[in-house]
Design a protein around this ligand. Structure first.
Ligand code: PRP
Ligand code: URA
Length: 206
């Protein structure tokens, strides 16, 4: 399943991020705000269970989240989406996957992995701003599945058709959420029009 969350506020903030003159501070702040807006939409279908409570006026039945949420940013750039989602789901646990893309081959290389327990019971949200060839996302999803996860959502900001195809073909059971589906990849594997190198723009490394 692919869902493009093209809410006007998300699109407006994403347009600010795309502009080449937008600096690190504004880039990061807009990413953080978009993450929160996307999370609000994506969390619509989180399961709840009934719970008996007492209000000051008497007994009633309320509802509480019935499954643990685990957010897994793909380092580095995925970190930029973490706080915005955590503001809405403050009880979420956090795992990490360190992965970088070889600039020549575009192949992903894993360098770090750390997860909370009981991934098999949780709703796991893998987050990364960019879905380009889809290599990093596909490997991250495989890694999470090896650790037992069954309910996985992939949340990215900008996707290329190539990346969406790769993920939905290899992992048809994973729900994919984007803020925008862009036109294509260029000859060096960057998304066009995209927003450039997300990690460098978040952390000011170029
Ligand atoms: C970027 C991005 C994704 C990956 C997408 O990370 O954040 O993880 O590339 O490309 P793909 O879909 O072709 O695999 P990068 O490897 O540049 O690392 P960084 O986050 O440390 O900058
Ligand atoms: N990684 C990025 O940061 N940007 C792209 O356009 C593609 C991969």
């Amino acid at each position: 399943m692919l869902e493009v969350l093209d809410h006007p506020l998300i699109t407006h903030k994403l347009t600010l991020m795309r502009k080449k003159e937008t600096g690190t501070k504004d880039f990061r702040e807009n990413l953080d705000e978009i993450a929160e807006l996307m999370a609000y939409e994506i969390c619509r279908d989180l399961p709840v269970r009934p719970i008996n409570i007492e209000t000051p006026m008497g007994a009633t039945t309320g509802y509480e989240l019935s499954k643990e949420v685990v957010i897994v940013p793909i380092l580095r750039a995925g970190i930029g989406l973490l706080d915005g989602i955590r503001r809405l789901v403050p009880t979420a646990k956090v795992g990490f996957i360190g992965m970088y893309r070889d600039e020549e081959t575009l192949e992903p290389h894993e360098y770090f992995a750390k997860f909370p327990k009981n991934l098999d019971e949780a709703i796991v949200m893998i987050v990364d701003p960019m879905l380009a060839t889809g290599g990093s996302a596909c490997d991250a999803i495989s890694l999470i599945k090896e650790r037992g996860a069954k309910n996985i959502k992939l949340i990215c900001l900008v996707g290329a058709p190539e990346g969406v195809k790769a993920v939905t073909e290899k992992h048809p059971d994973v729900d994919v959420y984007l803020a925008a589906l862009d036109e294509k990849l260029n000859e060096i594997g960057y998304i066009v029009p995209g927003l450039g190198d997300a990690g460098d723009r978040i952390f000011g490394t170029k």
